[in-house]
Design a protein around this ligand. Structure first.
Ligand SMILES: NC(=O)C1=CN([C@@H]2O[C@H](COP(=O)(O)OP(=O)(O)OC[C@H]3O[C@@H](n4cnc5c(N)ncnc54)[C@H](O)[C@@H]3O)[C@@H](O)[C@H]2O)C=CC1
Ligand SMILES: CC(=O)C(=O)O
Length: 312
């Protein structure tokens, strides 16, 4: 295949609300054989390991879950980063950037110092910028650094459309693309149920309401319970399965554009074929004129931040 570390060992850096929910999803779905938990708060990570270990007997397949350190990354197939600061009520994802880029410099350097030669999956916000930072700090090929991108936003979109049309969300096909944040956009022009376009069935006002509900979901949940974690945990588990099981499945992830959609040098949410090599290929959805403009605006939002962080 290529010289990526084989096997299905996953090292999770950051076992807070998102990380521990992801670990629980991995165990429940039988996705990997070995899971190592690393966190600055070692007590918390040790506690999570004990708690998760007590569920193994009821898991669908055998899995080894243990406490570890950055050294454990040397033979890991996948390192998943959920560490860092999270939004407080009223904060945007972009408000976290300076703090989390600094944390990522130290985390990614420690992972690479172990001799890591696998794939990175990043969830920490602002996820598009931190995925770009992970690529930069690691020096790995762009295909092997993946962000959660708009996996969660697309799930929210499909869920809401499933409710709207009383159809299982798995039968609703549609993507949110762009920044995992306020400049994201729904691709109404290709959203469909069994090939039947959705857009003509909704008024402009209803479409706007649904887009707003998707975009503001995180703010609403954070107001209600302080954090969001189950949705993203399921999304991260889905990406993990696609990688470790070499699925070649199309998922909306954070991928580096290199001319696709007419843009480059930016990690952003787009559909991509995911397999054991990471991002095999970006799927260039056809966008209408309005969507192209919105996407270009989202690219600009991210590139302006990149330019401020890494002046060339
Ligand atoms: N991509 C997405 O769709 C989503 C992303 N998030 C993001 O995920 C991140 C984590 O959120 P939560 O789990 O709710 O936060 P949390 O505060 O519960 O957990 C963060 C964990 O990171 C650890 N940590 C901090 N600095 C570290 C370091 N230098 N090395 C190792 N571990 C370190 C902390 O000890 C803590 O356990 C946030 O940035 C949040 O915004 C949250 C939901 C969805
Ligand atoms: C917190 C966050 O990024 C989300 O739930 O979308």
């Amino acid at each position: 295949m290529m010289n990526v570390t084989p096997g299905s060992k996953v090292v999770l850096i950051g076992t807070g609300a998102v990380g521990s929910s992801y670990a629980y999803a991995l165990m429940n779905q039988g996705i990997c054989d070995e899971l190592v938990l690393v966190d600055l708060n070692q007590e918390k990570a040790r506690g999570d390991v004990m708690d998760l270990d007590h569920g193994i007997v009821y898991a669908p397949s055998s899995i080894q879950i243990r406490f570890g350190s950055y050294q454990d990354c040397h033979d890991a197939a996948l390192v998943v980063i959920c560490a860092g600061a999270a939004q407080k009520p009223g904060e945007t994802r972009l408000d976290l950037v300076t703090k989390n880029v600094k944390i990522f410099d130290s985390i990614v350097t420690s992972v690479m110092d172990s001799g890591f030669n696998g794939i990175f999956l990043v969830a920490t916000n602002p996820v598009d910028i931190l995925t770009y930072a992970t690529r930069k700090f690691s020096g790995l090929p762009k295909e092997r650094v993946i962000g959660s991108g708009t996996i969660l936003d697309s799930a929210r979109f499909r869920y809401l459309l499933g409710e709207e049309f009383e159809t299982a969300p798995t039968s609703v096909h549609g993507y949110i693309i762009g920044e995992h944040g306020d400049s994201q956009l729904p691709v109404w022009s290709s959203a469909n149920i069994s090939g039947t376009p959705i857009a003509p069935k909704l008024t402009e006002e209803r479409k706007e309401e649904i887009s707003t509900q998707v975009r503001e979901a995180a703010y609403k949940i954070i107001e209600s319970k302080g954090a969001t974690f189950y949705g993203i945990a399921m999304g991260l588990a889905k990406i993990t399965r696609a990688i470790l099981k070499n699925e070649n499945v199309v998922l909306p992830v954070g991928a580096m554009l290199n001319g696709e959609f007419g843009h480059e040098d930016v990690y952003i949410g787009v559909p991509a074929v995911i397999n054991r090599t990471g991002v095999k290929k970006i799927v260039e959805l056809s966008l209408d004129e309005k969507e192209q403009g919105q996407f270009a605006q989202s690219v600009k939002t991210l590139k302006d931040i990149q330019a401020a962080l890494w002046k060339k």
